[in-house]
Write a protein that binds this ligand. Structure first.
Ligand SMILES: NC(=O)c1ccc[n+]([C@@H]2O[C@H](COP(=O)([O-])OP(=O)(O)OC[C@H]3O[C@@H](n4cnc5c(N)ncnc54)[C@H](OP(=O)(O)O)[C@@H]3O)[C@@H](O)[C@H]2O)c1
Length: 507
């Protein structure tokens, strides 16, 4: 860096970060995730000028497709799902590096063809041997794909090139299976070659938790047990399981959402300030929080699981979970889960973190609400503040991304009456540029080798350590409580908070 020209500082994080020579191989490229998110994200990155000129995209799947058929599929997926407008010149450049390899995951010949294809692309497109392998495949196939990459020399980094593995969720089914999978992965790839996807971390609003907390002075002094009453982290969906019965049944809401997304959100909300914004420092602080999580002694009173029953959703009749196609009518899988946790350290001792998620709830919304204690003393009459709630700072993760601050304000008029009002920051109003999709950010980070936004081995294993005793308790005790579709979950979840003198927010 030249000190006389600070605008040229290569470490300036405001400059667009453009990936160097590289390519991406997507296993399971015919699947739902690839079509809706991955292929469009690759195009959006190309359209924003963030991919190198010779960038290559290789699809691997069972179908008998030629390269042209694959390109047509990508084209259709991009037209339907891309965030940015379609531009023919971008597409024409991208298509130069598109190849398709047909085969199953146990097919050695197919992996040899993949190796040859990569070699050809290195020559034709200048990818320099740098390839990321995205495992967008059923979790049961993670091990075989990893082992095939090793067997066919595809994980080898030689002559200064890099190879990286991107692994979708769920990462294991419990602690034991996560440890087993980590062992398989790390036999082939070093820790810095592995990128575990938790797409929530790619969302702007989630990264903004750190910006709000650590770039400002006014929030952090009150971010502790002296001022915070409790924290509520919610991910609510209004849809049911759709066509994903095979994936969902036996997994359920807690494993699908709490183990990864909600515990990561909790870690970002509760962690100490990292010494820098680099991957090691961030992971160290998140790991400390997850390691300090304390489960309630009475899991019966402080956890609730539910299952949606028939009801009304968006003006339409909805069937119950047990009546969905492909679901065992005796299934005990949770479609709703709520748990109370504590973080056993000086900053948070005694502050409950309530985490909940569910399908077919009142509204699609993800938010983190930090709810503050009431003022220790009030000079106003009791009647003046009767309708005043508790102050809160709410991170709105989706759908209307932003931050809300709730506080009391005088109602206009001759008498003194104080009611809750909101002060809102909305991304859409404050910034002209729309937020990139999480997968755009994460794929770019993989190509750049930037692992800030990817949970590490320890984080995944600690998260399972938190959830395993709850799942085991649920296995031994009864069935999920039923809740009508379109409501905010089982009454047992409301009772759980009422016992603590609190109530769930109705976002
Ligand atoms: N869909 C989502 O919204 C979503 C969200 C978060 C995470 N994920 C995760 O992302 C991954 C992919 O999910 P998905 O919904 O895209 O799954 P999917 O629609 O079932 O697609 C699976 C893909 O794997 C291929 N495949 C399966 N077995 C194979 C084999 N033996 N040999 C070769 N190819 C095989 C399928 O190819 P064929 O077409 O030939 O069958 C298909 O391309 C999973 O780990 C999932 O948990 C998905």
């Amino acid at each position: 860096m030249s000190s006389s020209n600070p605008l040229r500082d290569p470490a300036d994080r405001r400059l667009p970060r453009i990936a160097g020579p590289s390519g991406l191989v997507i296993f399971g490229v015919t699947g739902d995730l690839s079509r809706k998110k991955l292929m469009p994200a690759v195009y959006d990155l190309a359209n924003r000028g963030l991919l190198p000129p010779g960038f290559s995209l290789v699809g691997f799947a069972r179908r008998e497709w030629a390269d042209e058929d694959f390109a047509q599929e990508v084209h259709d997926a991009v037209k339907e799902h891309a965030r940015t407008p379609f531009r023919e010149e971008v597409w024409q450049q991208l298509i130069q590096g598109m190849r398709f390899v047909q085969g199953t995951f146990d097919d050695d010949d197919a992996f040899e063809r993949l190796r040859e294809t990569i070699g050809e692309l290195d020559k034709a497109q200048g990818t320099g041997g740098n390839f990321a392998f995205y495992l967008s495949v059923p979790p049961s196939s993670f091990p075989v794909v990893i082992q095939q990459l090793k067997k066919h020399g595809l994980a080898d980094q030689s002559n200064g090139s890099w190879r990286r593995a991107v692994i979708e969720k769920p990462f294991g089914h419990n602690l034991a299976s996560a440890e087993e999978l980590n062992a398989i992965v790390h036999e082939v790839f070093a820790p810095d070659q592995v990128f575990r996807i938790d797409h929530y971390l790619g969302k702007e609003t989630v990264q903004n938790i750190l910006a709000l907390r650590f770039a400002n002075q006014m929030f952090e002094p009150i971010w502790n047990r002296s001022y915070v009453d409790h924290v509520q982290i919610t991910m609510a969906e209004d849809i049911g399981i759709g066509g994903r019965a095979g994936y969902y049944d036996g997994i359920g809401a807690a494993r699908d959402v709490i183990q990864n997304h909600l515990l990561q959100l909790m870690a970002l909300t509760a962690m100490e300030e990292p010494s820098s914004f680099d991957a090691d420092a961030l992971a160290a602080e998140k790991t400390k929080v997850l390691g300090a999580v304390k489960l309630p002694k009475d899991l019966g009173a402080n956890t609730v699981r539910g299952q949606y029953a028939a009801g009304w959703q968006g003006g339409e009749k909805a069937v119950g979970y047990l009546q969905e196609d492909g679901i065992d009518p005796k299934s005990k899988t949770d479609t709703y889960a709520a748990i109370k946790l504590e973080v056993d350290n000086r900053r948070w001792a005694g502050v409950p973190f309530y985490l909940r998620t569910g399908k077919r709830l009142g509204r699609r919304v993800t938010e983190i609400a930090v709810v503050f204690q009431r003022a220790p003393h009030s000079p106003f009459d009791h009647t003046a503040t009767e309708e005043l709630g508790q102050n809160a700072i709410v991170f709105r993760v989706q759908p209307d991304e932003g931050i809300t601050v709730r506080f009391g304000s005088k109602v206009p008029g001759t008498s003194m009456e104080i009611r809750d009002v909101s002060m809102d920051f909305a991304y859409g109003e404050s910034f002209t540029e729309s937020s990139p999709e999480a997968y755009e950010r994460l794929i770019l980070d993989v190509l750049l080798g930037d692992s800030n936004l990817f949970p590490r081995t320890e984080e995944v294993e600690l998260s399972w350590k938190i959830l395993d005793p709850i799942e085991e308790y649920w296995d031994r005790h009864g069935k999920p409580a039923q809740y009508p579709s379109g409501t905010w979950g089982p009454v047992e979840a409301d009772e759980m908070l009422e016992r603590d003198g609190r109530s769930w927010r109705r976002p």
